[in-house]
Design a protein around this ligand. Structure first.
Ligand code: HEC
Ligand code: HEC
Ligand code: HEC
Ligand code: HEC
Ligand code: HEC
Ligand code: HEC
Ligand code: HEC
Length: 445
């Protein structure tokens, strides 16, 4: 270290004994006359060269500028990759400190939405500010203690208000809404000459949204749950985090909203004003429209087809949107089990085994589709536009199974229909992409 410092000092003062030919500096030489300093001499040489060969000189300058820009560009790029952020954000496997691991498991990673696409305001200056934040992170990593770091990260992972400031609504909306994308792009300097530093600054909707098969959160129906983003975000002024805390770091591929978040607020608001237009907690079907459609047997119904309600439930007379509490007896959070469904509903007979059979069958049908889904995500950036559209079609069917956490109990025929459609579209796409397609499972029935 000391050696290095001395070498540097010697270099800049020009007293480099090892390199006599370049010795000089403002120190007096043996003869005692004042020589121009190292830098001054260099400058004079360059000046002379520029006079002698002006065009070559300009070419060299342009070259140097380009090299410097390239280095800056590369450096900015390199320090923008999730792998770079991941150097310091891999302390644990889940929760605070596990940001790289949790991101890696998340759907956003699967479609190449990286850390700074969410952790930085959209636009060029937002990008640069995010880079400064990165410099502060670096400083913090060196200067502050590990406890300090974990305390800050825990705040971000658990405190909704704090987290909502880390990633404000606009940073999500640019990708998830058409109107907001337009507004933000019109009011923001997005990039120099379209130079692409990160994904988010090039996002134009509806193109990006449609390519990825995403819904416009303000104008399209939400999957699974009937819900208005416009009312909750624009009228009530809620942050995305209010319901989507953990959207990227919750530890799952898809991190769902939580019913207790809906109820906590609706209950509190009803206390203040009983007249509010929020569904009662036991009005299950108002929110759970997909489950209700399963129970009515109307999901995926095509022209001229008859509804197919769950067969066994029809025998018992307990199907349809009004009958949720027949099985969910203890209220919204009560999950029926083989033990409660069997003896309770079906008299002395133990129908519990049927419950387990249906769920096992469901798992067997879903497993190859889970695999296919991930295989397709792995090559999503290689898909043509047409292939991507096919993938989105696959996802729409697959989503029905992914969202059916009753594992087929709600309707043991509709999920089969969804699975068949998903497999048909998905397998065809997979073979067009050269992915080996698993042979269809032997019919287990
Ligand atoms: C050299 C290590 C290091 C790197 C690299 C790093 N971080 Fe951090 N990061 C930290 C530390 C330490 C903290 C917590 C301390 C602080 O903010 O003072 C932190 C905090 C954060 C926070 C929370 C800030 C807050 O105010 O609560 C976010 C978000 C974050 N980093 C994102 C990123 C992203 C995105 C990248 C990649 C562009 C990145 N970090 C790269 C070390 C690092
Ligand atoms: C889809 C957007 C999105 C992506 C991509 C994303 N994050 Fe986050 N990140 C968030 C949100 C939102 C929060 C606020 C807390 C929460 O909801 O979990 C957050 C919180 C954090 C925090 C605060 C501590 C914590 O655990 O909550 C850190 C640090 C962080 N992210 C780092 C990263 C790193 C590093 C990456 C890439 C490897 C990344 N994020 C990718 C949205 C994202
Ligand atoms: C750079 C664009 C981009 C940004 C920024 C972004 N997302 Fe996404 N988001 C996507 C894409 C693309 C998908 C996945 C589409 C697919 O493959 O189904 C997605 C998926 C989702 C999903 C659906 C996941 C599921 O379970 O199916 C939710 C919810 C979501 N994003 C919320 C957010 C929130 C909240 C933020 C801000 C913290 C955010 N996104 C930031 C592009 C983005
Ligand atoms: C009051 C609660 C709430 C708030 C606030 C909220 N969301 Fe949602 N969001 C939901 C619900 C409920 C769904 C329906 C899907 C589910 O959870 O099953 C959903 C679904 C989504 C989806 C999935 C769409 C798809 O194509 O699958 C995206 C993307 C999304 N929200 C983004 C956002 C963004 C961005 C914000 C902030 C501007 C936001 N949400 C604010 C409750 C909320
Ligand atoms: C922070 C408070 C808050 C949260 C969180 C919240 N809501 Fe609401 N919600 C309200 C209020 C207030 C109303 C009534 C608005 C009115 O009277 O116009 C409402 C109304 C509704 C309505 C009926 C009107 C409409 O927008 O369609 C539905 C459905 C609804 N909420 C679903 C949900 C779901 C699902 C969630 C959880 C994912 C949720 N809400 C989370 C405050 C909240
Ligand atoms: C205000 C809207 C709303 C109402 C009313 C509602 N739910 Fe939910 N419920 C949700 C949301 C949002 C989720 C989480 C997202 C998901 O699982 O798709 C959820 C999740 C669930 C879950 C999964 C477990 C959990 O803790 O998240 C069960 C079980 C459930 N609901 C059953 C019911 C039943 C039964 C009723 C009626 C007694 C009911 N829900 C009423 C919105 C609602
Ligand atoms: C025939 C009995 C039965 C009826 C009727 C029924 N459910 Fe379920 N439901 C179940 C079973 C069994 C499960 C799976 C419980 C588990 O995960 O262990 C379940 C799970 C769920 C889940 C998902 C739980 C999760 O983990 O996400 C939701 C949401 C749900 N039911 C909503 C409803 C709604 C809404 C209705 C009315 C339209 C309804 N159910 C009617 C039996 C029933």
């Amino acid at each position: 270290m000391k050696n290095l410092l001395e070498k540097l000092k010697a270099f800049f003062s020009g007293k480099n004994s090892a390199d006599k030919s370049h010795a000089g500096g403002s120190a007096e030489n043996n003869a005692g006359e004042k020589q121009p300093g190292r830098f001054k001499r260099l400058f004079l040489n360059i000046k002379a060269y520029a006079k002698r060969k002006p065009s070559a000189f300009i070419a060299i300058i342009i070259g140097i500028v380009f090299v410097l820009l390239f280095i800056t560009y590369e450096a900015l790029h390199l320090t923008s990759t999730p792998q770079f952020c991941g150097m310091c954000h891999v302390e644990t496997e889940t929760g605070a400190g596990a940001e790289y691991h949790t991101w890696k498991k998340n759907i956003h990673a699967a479609v190449d939405v990286g850390c700074i696409d969410c952790h930085g305001k959209p636009g060029f200056f937002g990008y640069m500010r995010a880079k400064m934040g990165g410099m502060y992170d670096l400083f913090s990593e060196i200067v502050h203690s590990k406890e300090n770091k974990m305390a800050i990260l825990t705040e971000g992972a658990t405190n909704k208000e704090y987290a909502a400031k880390l990633v404000p609504n606009d940073w999500c909306l640019i990708c998830h809404s058409d109107d907001e994308n337009k507004r933000i792009r019109e009011n923001t300097f997005m990039s120099f000459f379209g130079v692409k530093m990160r994904k988010v600054d090039a996002v134009k909707n509806p193109e990006f949204r449609e390519l990825n098969g995403l819904r416009d959160i303000y104008n399209d129906e939400m999957p699974n749950i009937s819900f208005s983003h416009d009312n909750h975000v624009n009228t009530l002024g809620l942050s995305c985090i209010e319901c989507h805390m953990g959207v990227a770091h919750g530890g799952e591929f898809q991190n769902r909203t939580k019913m207790e978040d809906c109820f906590a607020c609706h209950n509190a608001e009803r206390e203040k004003n009983p007249e509010i237009n929020a569904p009662e907690n036991d009005a299950c079907s108002t929110c759970h429209t997909t489950v209700a459609a399963m129970h009515e047997g109307t999901l995926l119904l095509e022209e001229g087809q008859e509804p197919t309600p769950p067969s066994m439930m029809v025998d018992q007379g307990v199907y349809g949107a009004e009958n949720c509490s027949t099985c969910h007896m203890g209220g919204a959070f009560d999950l029926p089990t083989a033990a409660t469904c069997g003896p309770t509903c079906h008299g002395d007979m133990d129908y519990g085994f049927m419950y387990d059979d249906i769920r096992a069958q469901f798992d067997a049908v879903k497993a190859p589709l889970d695999k296919l889904n991930m295989q397709l995500y792995a090559v999503v950036d290689k898909m043509t536009k047409e292939q991507h559209a096919k993938f989105n079609e696959f996802k729409n069917y697959y989503e029905i199974l992914a969202n059916d956490n009753s594992k087929g109990i709600h309707n043991d025929s509709i999920y089969v229909k969804a699975a068949e459609k998903a497999a048909a579209v998905g397998n065809e796409l997979a073979s067009s992409l050269g992915i080996p397609v698993a042979a269809p499972e032997e019919n287990q029935e």
